[in-house]
Design a protein around this ligand. Structure first.
Ligand code: GDP
Ligand code: MG
Length: 163
């Protein structure tokens, strides 16, 4: 059985961009508009010789502090619970936002192992975001550029013990 890896995080951090890179096809829609991924998408992920199932989630895109559990959030929770590990993605340029903190609190309450991924970290731009990300309380955050393919070896090192 292939291990299953879910990608979670607030809208627009680059989840679908990473999904597409790992699957090698443009299966997930990438858009500047938040909320484009309407349902969860699965594919066969490949990374430097690792093979796994990868799930791109839509949850939290209809997040509203007043009405926390929406239908899509329920889908995302299910995807994380069923996964062998989850990539929790934040935007290294934007830094840690209140929604990131909310998602982190929820992920810490789940049993699924979490790999914190600080995306949009190409060049020097991700360094502040990477430092800030330690406040979310996950060990060994990874600086990544899903769009430009930087940090892929670090992602490989994090996934290898799991898949
Ligand atoms: P999602 O909502 O989390 O699935 O995010 P998307 O994958 O749809 O990406 C949202 C936006 O971020 C798009 O405009 C992407 O081109 C952009 N993006 C994704 N990854 C990167 C990256 O590594 N660096 C930069 N600068 N932009 C990125
Ligand atoms: Mg998406």
């Amino acid at each position: 059985r292939l291990a299953t890896i879910a990608i979670v995080g607030r809208p627009n951090v680059g989840k679908s961009t990473l999904f597409n890179r790992l699957v090698g096809k443009r299966l997930a829609l990438v858009d500047d508009q938040p909320g484009v991924t309407r349902d969860r998408r699965e594919g066969d992920g490949h990374l430097l010789g690792l093979d796994f199932r990868i799930v791109d989630t839509a949850g939290f895109e209809d997040y509203d502090a007043a009405t926390l559990p929406g239908r899509m959030r329920v889908q995302t929770e299910k995807a994380v619970r069923e996964a062998d590990a989850a990539l929790f993605m934040i935007d290294g340029r934007a830094g840690v936002t209140p929604l990131d903190e909310e998602i982190a609190r929820w992920l810490r309450s789940e049993d699924t192992p979490i790999i914190l991924v600080v995306n949009k970290a190409e060049g020097k731009q991700g360094e502040n975001g990477l430092m800030e990300s330690y406040s979310l309380g996950f060990d060994n955050p990874i600086a990544l550029s899903a769009e430009h393919g930087e940090g892929i070896v670090d992602l490989f090192d994090a996934l290898r013990p799991i898949v």
